[in-house]
Design a protein around this ligand. Structure first.
Ligand code: NAP
Length: 709
């Protein structure tokens, strides 16, 4: 700690205003990782943390709640575009953390990529509402008047996101994006050593004018009392070391106060080279490349980096040689500003010291240095000269090779830098056992071209991992890599990795929501979920014989402005003859015996004799519900959940009932999606088929009105 000097203090963004600690209060200094120059001060003394949380719970909840899931998801895309246009500002600052141009692609471009991906997944996979129905309906009474389902609604508090130093932008955005879509305000607490890059990203997000009030607050500096002010309404998403996570998890407000706490912590990730992948195979080459990439991207300061390369014992020396050769030919350590540098500095001198002492412990325990050393390396400086930079947090990549694969230290000590260990296995079962000794990891690579080895290794280790990355000659060029979590898939792992799996995909949005069981009548469940439930009221047009109200309008004549959940159409019956079935068989070529051969069909346990094709019935269904004239319905884009239930024989009749079930106006277009509950009955009111018809419908009936006028 020190008192403030001319070096700027990184401000916090609190209650929609920038905030700095009072003059003279104690602050912590952060240095440029590549030069040791003083860069910034941090201080959060005097910050009323309870008021920060309350601002999110009140102002933030209100402002986010005024938008739907889709509207919030769209804002993320707009934010992504805004940040994308201003990436250079962030790159320049990020260089001072020791990050190279390539590292910035992971952190800054990767973070912006999360916004784009979650924005589009959110609008594709979630309703344009604020309630998400989870799963189907459970009938709870004989007559269908009492039913049950589950719904997700956002949690009523704030998402406090405590992040590690290694990804100041991606680390924030991968958590902010799902919280924002869910409608939960974020309070982000980046790690002090690189928090000035997070602050710059937050500043841009604020300047964009896109953030609703209270939806994002930033605490720059240590905020140790945060959990004291949190309660069951809130969640804390922690990323950092296992030791810090354990301390936080033991807080009374987590143990008995109901704060939802999840952690992404450190992890001794493995990469396993299959027994088939010997020197000279494309897999061997891909494996070596992957280990070197993981050692050097972000100078190995990646929670997902390969720490343990587990290889056939007979290949250990060859792998060590190949990794060494690739490091020699590919890696230039130095200032990120210098031309040709491929690996920058660690984030701070403290971090460098931590990594050095971890390597010393590993060497003392029996690890042999196969590549690199702990001496300060000669590096390429910003001016292009080669020199030892005393105050720069530079380190040579280090490969340790272990004669004893069972040594506890290789399976338990994390060196959070450009360090990897090589251990040998005897057979596949041994490799599985060794990988599991990491006690739960974020990710493992299985590198093999043998399908049986891939199956055996993957099923053996999957229960210990959040992600398994299969690498072979087919994916060597296209894989997104061992160390890069993708926003579509789980990021998190069991055991030592923190026990989480809440990041990645739409599950990350639902992580910020409460799942509630809901019981009641179909009408009230329809009102709450916004989805028509079987048994709820309908306004039926079409055939009065099947319940239509006189004068009711065909729902295909209604734009989204007029259409309501429960608007329906009932058709008349139409009889199916053997001639229809035969003609359909001939025109489509589907002459399966059950449609054309009476005797053979009778022998089939499911059919009374020849029966109509299911697709004939679905096609006729369309003919029975269509409203052929141009109108607001623009297209049919598919069917979902189609089931054929009762077969239809020649002489039977069918009718269809179509009900507007789910209406999803698009925030970016003049139309939206309507899912229609379709049910085909026969003349005896037995259910023949059920499915959802998916259509695109105009918000206002303008296209054809304009065209015809
Ligand atoms: P750290 O020391 O555990 O710090 C992580 C965060 O916790 C920082 O923001 C830190 O703030 C904060 N913090 C520390 N003590 C706290 C307390 N008592 N109360 C509230 N907040 C507290 O970890 P780090 O050194 O930044 O990151 C490196 C570690 O993170 C590595 O072990 C790495 O494996 C792990 N990591 C895991 C993942 C993953 O997704 N699983 C991702 C990245 C990194 P201050 O900086 O202000 O102290």
């Amino acid at each position: 700690m020190s008192t403030q000097t001319a070096v700027p203090t990184v401000p916090s963004f609190i209650a929609d205003r920038w905030w700095s600690p009072a003059e003279g209060s104690s602050t912590r200094e952060v240095l440029d990782a590549t030069t040791g120059e003083a860069l910034a001060h941090y201080g959060a003394d005097g910050l009323d943390l309870a008021a920060v949380l309350e601002h999110g719970r009140t102002v933030g909840q209100r402002a986010l709640g005024a938008l739907t899931l889709h509207e919030r998801a769209l804002k993320l895309k707009e934010l992504a575009v805004y940040l994308n246009d201003r990436r250079e500002e962030l790159y320049a600052l990020s260089n001072r953390t020791g990050a190279t141009k390539g590292d910035n692609q992971f952190d800054i471009d990767g973070g912006i990529g999360v916004l784009f991906t979650l924005s589009s997944k959110g609008r594709r996979e979630l309703p344009n509402a604020n309630v998400i129905q989870d799963g189907g309906i459970e009938p709870l009474s004989r007559d269908g008047s009492f039913i049950g389902t589950h719904v997700y609604t956002r949690i009523p508090g704030v998402a406090v996101q405590v992040n590690a130093f290694n990804f100041p932008v991606w680390g924030m955005l991968e958590k902010f994006a799902p919280a924002f879509i869910a409608g939960v305000p974020t309070v982000v607490k980046p790690a002090t050593p690189t928090g000035y890059v997070t602050e710059a990203a937050v500043r841009l997000m604020v300047e964009s004018g896109l953030l609703p009030d209270g939806s994002l607050q930033l605490i720059s500096g240590s905020a140790r009392g945060l959990l004291d002010a949190m309660d069951y309404r809130d969640l804390m998403a922690f990323t950092g070391s296992a030791a810090t996570a354990q301390g936080l998890k033991a807080h009374p407000n987590v143990i008995s106060g109901g704060v939802r706490f999840t952690a992404e912590t450190d992890s001794l990730n493995a990469a396993i080279l299959g027994p088939d992948a010997v020197e000279g195979t494309p897999e061997f080459e891909a494996f070596v490349k992957s280990v070197v990439t993981e050692m050097t991207v972000k100078a190995g300061q990646k929670c997902t980096a390969i720490r343990r390369a587990i290889v056939p014992e007979t290949q250990r020396a060859a792998v060590a040689r190949a990794i060494g050769a690739r490091l020699d030919s590919r890696v230039v350590v130095g200032s990120p500003q210098a031309e040709g540098v491929t690996m920058g500095a660690l984030a701070s001198m403290e971090q460098l010291q931590d990594v050095r002492s971890a390597v010393e412990d590993m060497v003392a325990a029996g690890g042999e240095l196969a590549y690199g050393s702990l001496d300060a390396p000669t590096v390429r400086t910003a001016s292009g000269a080669e020199a030892v930079v005393e105050k720069g947090a530079f380190m040579s990549p280090v490969v340790l090779t272990w004669a004893d694969a069972e040594n506890d230290v290789v399976h338990s000590r994390e060196a959070f830098g450009p360090v990897a260990s090589l251990i040998g296995y005897t057979d596949v079962a041994d490799a599985v056992r060794l990988a599991a000794r990491g006690s739960g990891s974020l990710v493992a690579t299985v590198c093999t071209n043998d399908p049986e080895v891939a199956r055996e290794l993957t099923t053996g280790i999957a229960g210990h991992h959040g992600r398994v990355h299969l690498l072979n000659r087919e994916t060597a060029k296209t894989s997104t890599g061992h160390g890069a979590p993708v926003p579509h898939l789980v990021h998190g792992g069991p055991g030592r990795a923190g026990g989480g799996e809440e990041l990645g995909g739409i599950r990350s949005v639902k992580h910020h929501m409460q799942r509630t069981a809901l019981q009641g009548s179909p009408n009230l469940l329809t009102a709450v979920t916004g989805v028509w439930q079987t048994g709820a009221d309908r306004r039926i047009a079409g055939s009065e014989a099947f319940g239509a109200e006189p004068g009711a309008v065909h729902p295909f004549r209604k734009s989204l402005a007029e259409l309501r959940i429960g608007d329906a159409l009932a058709s008349d019956l139409r009889q199916v003859t053997q001639e229809d079935i035969t003609a359909f068989a001939q025109t489509t070529g589907d002459t399966f015996y059950a449609h054309v051969d009476q005797k053979a069909a009778e022998a089939n346990p499911f059919f009374p004799g020849t029966v109509a094709h299911g697709y004939l019935l679905v096609s006729w269904g369309a003919g029975l519900f269509v409203e052929p004239a141009p109108g607001p319905v623009l297209a049919n884009y598919g069917l979902e959940s189609l089931r054929f239930i009762t077969p239809v024989a020649a002489g039977d009749s069918i009718r269809i009932t179509l009900t507007a079930k789910k209406i999803t106006p698009r925030v970016t277009d003049e139309y939206g999606e309507v899912a229609w509950d379709a049910i085909i009955h026969n003349q005896d009111d037995e259910i023949v088929a059920t499915y959802d018809v998916l259509t695109l419908v105009e918000k206002e009936d303008t296209l054809y009105r304009n065209w015809t006028s």
